[in-house]
Ligand binder design. Structure first.
Ligand code: SAM
Length: 197
């Protein structure tokens, strides 16, 4: 999808992704000393705002101006400050390194994902971590929601293989309950957590 298509999607309704942080981010950050964080493809800002509310100094980057406007509003409502950057994460180079870099549900064609991950890896400070989460390939047949194109979905090992000199701590499928019309469905995500040692 182009940034214009994301703008349309974000303009069409209230929060598309809710104001709640992603459960795997909350889990991964538990016990970490807050530092600087970079949220690549931050969308409407739910994860960046949650990190900021938990003591992190956060930069959120997305190429959708409408998404970022909604993120600014969410941050204002939460009473937190986040630096928002309008940029294409397949080309944007972070001017500084961060203790935590997150890339959540960024589904692009494989060369574009590789480009974004290269930049994400480069933005991880010594001792810092990179968290990548997306819909798993198996979600297509056995899980709920997500893009219908298998080429855009993630295998944990394949994402782990793109992380250059980072040490991979976790690369696995994880299950995410999703409430749909009062029923609970299960989405299958791919999660990779890596560290610059
Ligand atoms: C499925 S949403 C996920 C948003 C957020 N990470 C979350 O979990 O709530 C994907 C986001 O990626 C953004 N995006 C897609 N391609 C991008 C690109 N090349 N550069 C920057 N943002 C991009 C879209 O604008 C959208 O906000």
């Amino acid at each position: 999808m182009t940034s214009g298509q994301w703008d349309e999607r974000y303009r069409a309704q209230g929060l598309v992704w809710t104001a709640d942080p992603n459960r795997f981010l909350v889990e991964a950050v538990a016990g970490l000393e807050p530092g600087s964080a970079l949220d690549l493809a931050c969308g409407e800002g739910r994860n960046a705002v949650w990190l900021a509310a938990n003591g992190w100094r956060v930069t959120g980057v997305d190429f959708s101006p409408v998404g970022l406007d909604k993120a600014r509003l969410l941050a204002a409502e939460a009473g937190v400050a986040v630096d928002w950057e309008l940029a294409d994460v397949t080309a944007w180079e972070a001017p500084a390194r961060h203790d935590l870099v997150i890339v959540l549900y960024l589904h692009l064609d494989p060369p574009a994902v590789r480009a974004a991950l290269r930049r994400a890896v480069a933005a991880v400070a010594p001792g810092g971590r990179l968290l990548v989460v997306g819909h798993a390939v198996r979600n297509l047949t056995d899980g709920y929601g997500g893009p219908p194109d298998p080429a855009l979905l993630f295998e944990p090992e394949q994402i782990a293989g793109e992380l250059g000199d980072l040490s991979v701590e976790r690369a696995e499928e994880v299950l995410r309950p999703v409430e749909v019309d009062g029923a609970v469905e299960t989405a299958i995500d791919a999660l990779v957590l890596a560290r610059r040692t």
